[in-house]
Design a protein around this ligand. Structure first.
Ligand code: NAP
Length: 285
């Protein structure tokens, strides 16, 4: 018997229905939630992410605007556009798709977004709110991972969680969310010796590395919950995660849980972005 599947698509649909109902309630009061998505440059992967976000808005009854700029857009012009969107009452969430071209400082861009409209949750203020346990806008990917863990019914309190990866957008906020839920948290990264020794002790594993087969069957504890954030491609060009899915699913056994790639964290990330946009609109209603 293999581990149970955490179906990110199905969970996403359930949460999106709730998001759509909240959006409709706001729209009925004349405050339809609005998201502005800005893309600078012509990175094909970024263009797909942006399109998916805009489409998801339409499907859930949110207003959205998509602005696409040439790679050469000066930083000052982008900051000016953000200032205008900050002042636009029809826009409750603003997102600049990362990465931005090299001549633009991503930190300056993130900090130029009104913190109340920071639906990516990447600003210093949002990070501070998360660290302090204050309410605020949580980064969509780790927040989606928390929802996936919650959906299993496996308690987080008192469990040992191992997060692999320490980026500001995934690994660090993931560790803070797990800590807030009273897990004992270990954060591993590229300088961690003996990754296997840490993962073997984990009740919950979140892999956010960007490298295939980072988590293999010999590394996991039977009965553990494994969330795969990674997006990679195999030799055939097929999308895959950081976890050796089939073998790890087998090794976890029937009490274990595992999320697939695709169909796991990906749909949840967009869903939590929509949830953040609705939350931002509710906050100013
Ligand atoms: P990132 O900024 O590149 O961070 C990767 C992290 O992995 C770093 O902290 C790095 O350590 C660590 N790492 C690298 N090699 C390692 C190793 N051998 N052992 C242990 N740790 C190692 O990436 P990210 O933005 O956090 O994203 C991680 C992955 O998730 C990527 O594949 C990305 O595409 C994917 N992702 C998916 C979604 C989604 O919605 N599905 C959303 C966001 C990200 P150092 O800090 O020491 O370099």
């Amino acid at each position: 018997m293999t581990a149970q599947l955490i179906d990110g698509k199905a969970l996403s649909q359930k949460i999106r229905a709730e998001v759509a109902a909240r959006a409709a309630a706001l729209a009925a009061r004349g405050r339809r939630p609005g998201l502005a998505v800005i893309l600078v440059g012509d990175d094909p992967a970024s263009a797909v992410y942006v399109r998916n976000k805009v489409r998801a808005c339409a499907e859930s009854g949110l207003h959205s605007v998509m602005e696409k700029y040439d790679t050469a857009l000066p930083e000052a012009a982008l900051l000016e556009r953000l200032a205008a969107l900050n002042a636009d009452p029809a826009i409750h969430g603003i997102l600049v798709q990362m990465p931005v071209p090299r001549h633009i400082d991503p930190h300056r861009v993130i900090e130029a977004i009104d913190p109340l409209k920071d639906v990516d949750g990447f600003s210093v203020r949002s990070a501070g709110e998360l660290m302090s346990g204050l309410p605020g806008l949580r980064p969509a990917t780790p927040w989606g991972c928390m929802k996936m863990i919650e959906s299993t019914g496996v308690p987080v309190r008192g469990r040992h969680a191992v997060v692999i990866g320490r980026s500001n957008t995934v690994g660090k906020p993931m560790a803070l969310l797990l800590l807030q839920a009273s897990a004992t948290v270990t954060v591993c990264h590229s300088a961690t010796p003996e990754l296997k020794r840490h993962v073997q002790m984990a009740d919950i594993v979140v892999a956010a590395v960007g490298r295939r087969h980072t988590v293999t069957a010999d590394m996991v504890k039977r009965g553990a919950t494994v969330i795969d954030v990674g997006t990679n491609h195999d030799e055939a060009g097929k999308l895959c995660g950081d976890v050796d899915f089939a073998a790890v699913r087998e090794a976890l056994g029937p009490q274990g849980w595992i999320s697939p790639v695709p169909g796991g964290v990906g749909p949840m990330t967009i869903t939590m972005l929509l949830a953040n946009t609705v939350q931002a609109a509710e906050a100013c209603a």
